[in-house]
Write a protein that binds this ligand. Structure first.
Ligand SMILES: [Zn+2]
Length: 418
């Protein structure tokens, strides 16, 4: 990259404001892909904008994925890098009729959301606001989520693509763009065509605080306990009835209370977390998610769950249980560590963008964790989104601009070091 400072513009915010007003909420109850047809409304806009930039292969496919290629402008053999974001927003909070507001030159203190003044982004509850003094903060009017998760990422990738195309003096290899539907319902990469994408390495732009790169996720399993009790007429049940609902309740009650739950863990600690309970006298099921950073940690928690169940069942000798464990996803670090340059280059790019790089882990999964195990190693770079999945969601203009610079530098670094 030339030593002279690059003339970045402020167009990422315009893009962002254009995308957030398009409702793209996904729906876990829908069997289709994308789960909601409206996600394609945004997909069409993005594909059209990419085409208008001159990316002739840009298209929205029938499953709601957007693909595009920025051709290489170097003779060097450079690995093909992909930048990826998701188009859907969380089913937890409405994304219809989003009305963004920009708080210019933020001076600190609480931010009141205008259409529902009970919705306050409290300075005390959002420590990241302390780093935003003097910045321009985008929020909603308080009635919907903002959708910075992950439309900040979309806007940043789009803006960086435009910047690379307008500045051919910045040499880079082939860059792939991938926008996915349904990430928020865990199906973001179900129908991705990695062969068509043809990338060696990828980055999701879906992280929180500016400067962060995340190369570790949870490892995740789901567990279901099914209990068959003994049903009898309640008037004649003495000594006979074994109530499946009560057995299920006893199991939940015996889960560790001081450890091993989302509300008592942080950092690298895992948990065992009931997510659903359904039952009648005869039969009850309890669904769990199991999370840890290591496979051994998952196994320990699953063994703990089964030992609790066995213990409870001792009081119900004629009832039975079944425990099923389903693999969900694994810590992407197992894959990413085989290619240390992926994270090294990103750290250098973040530094060149003027930020202090912070390497961290995600207490959750990303599209990248699944992509990594599908053969496309994929850490997660900050997009600047905060308080996502809620009406208090916010992002700053300056953080989005820093993300655009990071993407541009990253493209250049892969060429430089090839
Ligand atoms: Zn996201």
């Amino acid at each position: 990259m030339p030593a002279s400072p690059l003339a970045f513009t402020h167009s990422v915010t315009e893009r962002f404001l254009r995308y957030v007003v398009i409702d793209t909420q996904s729906d876990p109850a829908s069997p289709t892909c994308p789960s909601t047809a409206k996600q394609k409304d945004l997909g069409r806009v993005l594909a059209t904008e990419l085409k208008a930039m001159g990316l002739s292969d840009a298209h929205l496919d029938e499953h709601g994925y957007v693909y595009a290629t920025i051709p290489a402008n170097t003779d060097k053999k450079v690995p093909v890098i992909c930048f990826c974001s998701h188009m859907d927003t969380s089913p937890d909070c409405s994304g219809k009729d989003v009305k963004p507001q920009i708080v210019r030159n933020y001076r600190g203190g609480d931010i009141v959301l205008p259409a529902d003044t009970t919705q306050l982004i409290r300075f005390a509850d959002h420590p990241a606001l302390a780093d935003q003094i003097g910045n321009d903060i985008i929020t909603t009017d308080g009635t919907t989520l903002l959708g910075a998760d992950n439309k900040a990422g979309l806007a940043e990738i789009m803006d960086a693509a435009k910047f690379l195309l307008d500045n051919p003096q910045i040499k880079h290899g082939t860059i792939k763009i991938l926008f996915t539907p349904d990430e928020e319902i865990g199906r973001g990469v179900d129908k991705v065509d990695l062969k068509k994408l043809g990338a060696d390495f990828a980055y999701t732009m879906d992280g929180e605080t500016a400067g962060n790169i995340e190369d570790e996720t949870f490892s995740a399993d789901g567990a279901t306990i099914t209990i068959e009790g003994v049903s009898t007429h309640p008037g004649f049940a003495k000594g006979k009835m074994e109530h499946a609902i009560k057995i299920a309740a006893a199991i939940v009650d015996r889960l560790p209370k001081e450890t091993c739950s989302p509300e008592t863990t942080e950092g690298k600690e895992g948990f065992l977390h009931p997510i659903g309970i359904k039952g009648e006298l005869e039969k009850a099921t309890v669904g769990f998610i199991v999370r840890d950073f290591t496979d051994e940690g998952l196994k320990e928690k699953e063994a703990l769950l089964e030992s609790i169940v066995k213990d409870v069942m001792k009081d119900y000798p004629r009832s039975t249980y079944r425990m099923e464990v389903k693999h969900q996803y694994r810590n992407m670090k197992q894959v990413i560590d085989r290619h240390p340059e992926i994270v090294d280059h990103a750290i250098e790019a973040i530094r060149r963008a003027g930020l202090t790089p912070v390497r961290s882990s995600i207490r959750g999964g990303t599209d990248g964790s699944r992509l990594s195990f599908m053969g496309l190693p994929c850490p997660n770079i900050f997009a600047g989104e905060h308080a996502f999945h809620s009406r208090l969601e916010w992002v700053s203009v300056q953080d989005m601009e820093a993300a655009v610079r990071t993407i541009v530098h990253l493209a250049a670094i892969w060429e430089e070091r090839a």
